[in-house]
Design a protein around this ligand. Structure first.
Ligand code: F6P
Length: 540
């Protein structure tokens, strides 16, 4: 396999970085009045301004050559063609089929998956309409009022993020809850508020073996059966899974199971039946708009030339900073309270995909891979960690995300929010020089260095017309393809997650000790902590 860091494009970028690192964003803007026009792109109702990055036309040209060296276009064709690009699990990666709104067949092993995709969407739609319209009733004849999504990772973060993001489109007589953590407090605190007669549980697990989800689902079932009896399970539990046998073993009838396929990765599954809670919230029509937004981005990513390609551009800018500047972090900063869970969602999408240390053929990588991603909604983050972004010694490239209009225009709030969105990226890019500090106001000499902002800190600004289902679909797909393109350039498999396995195995080994069984021989730290826990649990 080609080592991307040994290619001429990589070598050229290394040399180019040495030249451009001395240039300030102030100079780049001053030197080119057309900079914003040159370094911005749009697709429908999504606009990307990447002018506040430490790059010029030559940087982009070299980065695009890197993408050619890595054959991003070829890998994209393989993904859309249903090839088993998840090589360590021998699986196709075809979440794009789930939102394929065209008539084009999508093939896995020579078979068109689209009829199956449409059948599940129709099943979901009929169920969502029945619950929303009140024809689906609980075992005692009551309407469903509360929906509890039980899942973790990709079976939780996507639905939880999207239901919150699209709350203005939500059916008002339904309330949504998300339980993920194996900590019993999560399910207990949720159930405490609920009435079994009006509660629907959506158990979401690709494998239907995940410890946390099975523990929470079992506790929920016991709670319901205690109140309404075992026969009530059929009216209060549905499952989303690829594992029909395990769903049946749990006691959920196949009519109440919504399937998907092994070519849908957990963190790419929101578009499948894993999105059932979202469809219950916003209805089948808006769910269709959500899929259509992602499809628009898919078609763009697949067909747009590199110079106009939004996901590829974001991917290349990210590689520029991770690999050539050595910046290991990336902040995602939505100026949109309803996107509060978007950074957490992207953490899984990005870090579980590209947090890899070996190449697709198992050799240690010779360069850095995925960054540490974090974020909080603005303006809250401004009053928490932005100090470090502005004046700290680490440089953290950031994505600012906002919508020009809000579904909830409340007084001056949205202009205030947008003013902050614009101000922060400006402050990061241009900073405030010593001269500007002194000229701005009388300031004690000792304080001057504290008031200087170095600037030259890069960011992208992603602007939506408004946060609606279509735009959310576009936004998520934008990041999915960014992550994909980066994984291709780094030569890693973005679609497996072996790194989460060891902890699961060790937890299984440790659990018997905590439940009073024989102590496991382990290292002195684990044994010592187990002893301490044992002493405190014996005398709470
Ligand atoms: O954390 C590992 C993981 O496999 C994720 O990739 C996945 O989203 C999550 O666990 C949940 O898995 P499942 O949907 O099978 O319960």
């Amino acid at each position: 396999m080609k080592d991307i860091s040994k290619t001429p494009a990589w070598v050229a970028l290394t040399a180019h970085k040495r030249a451009i690192e001395r240039v300030h964003l102030r100079d780049l803007f001053a030197g080119d009045p057309q900079r914003f026009a040159k370094f911005s792109l749009s697709l429908g109702n999504l606009f990307l301004d990447f002018s506040k990055n430490r790059l010029d036309g030559e940087t982009l040209r070299l980065l695009r050559t890197l993408a050619v060296e890595a054959d991003v276009a070829g890998a994209t064709a393989k993904m859309f063609g249903g090839e088993a690009i998840n090589n360590t699990e021998n699986r196709a990666v075809l979440h794009v089929a789930l939102r394929n709104r065209s008539d084009r067949p999508m093939l896995v092993d020579g078979k068109d998956v689209m009829p199956g995709v449409r059948a599940v969407l129709a099943h979901m739609g009929a169920f969502a309409d029945a619950v929303r319209g009140g024809t689906w009733k609980g075992a005692t004849g009551n309407l469903i009022r509360d929906v509890v999504n039980i899942g973790i990772g990709g079976s939780d973060l996507g639905p939880a993020m999207a239901v919150q993001a699209l709350s203005p489109y939500q059916q008002k007589n339904l309330t949504f809850h998300f339980v993920s953590n194996v900590d019993g407090a999560h399910i207990a605190d949720t159930l405490e508020k609920l009435d079994p007669a009006t509660t629907l549980f959506v158990i979401v697990s690709k494998t239907f073996t995940t410890q946390e989800t099975m523990a929470n689902a079992g506790t929920a079932r016991d709670w319901l059966v205690r109140a309404l009896g075992a026969d009530a399970v059929a009216k209060h539990f549905v499952a989303v899974s690829t594992n029909a046998a395990k769903v049946r073993d749990f006691g959920i009838a196949s009519d109440n199971m919504f399937g998907f396929w092994d070519w849908v990765g957990g963190r790419y599954s929101l578009w499948s039946a894993v999105g059932l809670s979202l469809m219950l919230a916003i209805g089948p029509t808006q769910f269709g708009n959500f899929l259509a937004g992602a499809h628009e981005m898919d078609e763009h990513f697949r067909t747009a030339p590199p110079e106009q390609n939004l996901p590829l551009t974001l991917a290349l800018i990210g590689i520029w900073y991770v690999n050539f500047f050595g910046w290991s972090h990336h902040a995602v900063l939505p100026y949109e309270q309803r996107l509060a869970r978007f950074p957490a969602y992207l953490q899984q999408a990005d870090m579980e995909s590209n947090g890899k240390g070996v190449t697709r053929d198992g050799k240690p990588v010779s360069h850095a891979t995925g960054p540490i991603l974090f974020g909080e909604p603005g303006t809250n983050g401004q009053h928490a960690f932005y100090q470090l972004l502005h004046q700290g010694t680490q440089i953290v490239p950031a994505d600012f995300i906002a919508a020009a209009t809000s579904a909830t225009e409340t007084g001056r709030h949205h202009p205030l929010l947008l003013a902050n969105f614009l101000a922060q990226s400006e402050a990061l890019a241009f900073g405030r020089t010593l001269v500007e500090v002194v000229e701005a106001e009388p300031v004690a000499p000792a304080l001057v260095p504290h008031k200087v902002f170095p600037g030259n800190r890069p960011s992208n600004s992603i602007l939506l017309r408004t946060l609606d289902p279509h735009a959310l679909g576009m936004l998520i797909a934008l990041y999915e393809h960014k992550i994909f393109a980066q994984g291709v350039i780094w030569g890693i498999n973005s679609f497996d997650q072996w790194g989460v396995e060891l902890g699961k195995v060790l937890a299984g080994r440790i659990l018997p000790t905590l439940e009073g069984g024989t102590a496991v021989a382990g290292n002195s730290s684990t044994s010592g902590l187990l002893d301490q826990i044992g002493r405190w649990r014996a005398k709470p």
